[in-house]
Write a protein that binds this ligand. Structure first.
Ligand SMILES: Nc1ncnc2c1ncn2[C@@H]1O[C@H](COP(=O)(O)OP(=O)(O)OP(=O)(O)O)[C@@H](O)[C@H]1O
Ligand SMILES: Cc1cn([C@H]2C[C@H](O)[C@@H](COP(=O)(O)O)O2)c(=O)[nH]c1=O
Length: 223
């Protein structure tokens, strides 16, 4: 099973992805918890390149290609081999983040960016995408609190964008979920962490019982 968490910066994806991975492990599943950009050596290098605000400005097309390149490596080197070995993959962000941030936020167009990522992933879609939807003010407060906590890092290149950018992203995520309701669980991420985790688990438990397989190609057909 392949599960993605999506949402704006500070919506609570990492928190919920970790909780789900723990719960799946308690249920006896062999889990790979991973993230984008990242998840592989090349992906983590691309992550620091594209997110570090100290780097030179990156134009929107180049930015979209960097995220897609990280994703291609992630799918081919980590996700597909793990799924083929019967493992459950939980990823903190996937294609929808590119459609929202580069398609809407950078105005490259959702269809253009979705098409690029169909190619990058060989058409691999998650069984379930959990969209954590929260208003941008709440998300910004959470990010600020996280930055001020011990060891907290400053905002990355995307987080530094203005409120309107983050609002456009939120809309793009919810539009995409509305277009494919069968593979989304959209949650009000303004609520408490344990309550959200229970809602996620209820849906995932149902999928475990149904014995799903990811839609799209297997490792043999994605090169
Ligand atoms: N439901 C929640 N209610 C209140 N605070 C939360 C909730 N979920 C997460 N948080 C807190 O908000 C901050 C951001 O959470 P988290 O890092 O999980 O978000 P994220 O979506 O992964 O963020 P980013 O995309 O910026 O990495 C953390 O300090 C976390 O403890
Ligand atoms: C996968 C992906 C990510 N982004 C942006 C979204 C976030 O601002 C950062 C990732 O940081 P996080 O702490 O891991 O959430 O990158 C993007 O713009 N496009 C993408 O495809």
């Amino acid at each position: 099973m392949f599960i993605a968490f999506e949402g704006g910066d500070g919506s609570g994806k990492s928190t919920q992805a970790r909780r789900l991975a723990d719960r799946l492990r308690q249920a006896g599943r062999d889990v790979v918890l991973t993230r984008e950009p990242g998840g592989t050596d090349v992906g983590e290098r691309l992550r620091s390149l594209v997110l570090d605000p100290a780097h030179a400005p990156i134009d929107a097309v180049t930015e979209a290609l960097i995220f897609a390149a990280s994703r291609s490596a992630h799918v081919r080197q980590l996700v597909l081999p793990a799924l083929a070995a019967g493992r459950t993959v939980v990823t903190d962000r996937y294609v929808d983040s590119s459609v929202a941030y580069q398609g809407a936020g950078r105005a490259l167009g959702p269809d253009t960016v979705a098409g690029l990522n169909e190619w990058a992933t060989g058409g691999l879609h998650p069984d379930l995408t959990v969209l954590l939807d929260v208003d941008t003010a709440t998300a910004a407060e959470r990010r600020a609190a996280r930055e001020q906590a011990p060891g907290g890092a400053g905002p990355d290149r995307m987080e530094s964008e203005p409120e309107a950018f983050h609002r456009s992203i939120r809309t793009a995520f919810t539009d995409r979920a509305a277009a494919h309701p069968e593979r989304y669980l959209v949650l009000d991420a303004g609520r408490d962490v344990p309550g959200l985790a229970d809602e996620v688990w209820a849906r995932v438990e149902g999928l475990l019982g149904a014995g799903t397989t990811p839609s799209g190609p297997d490792a043999e057909s994605v090169r």
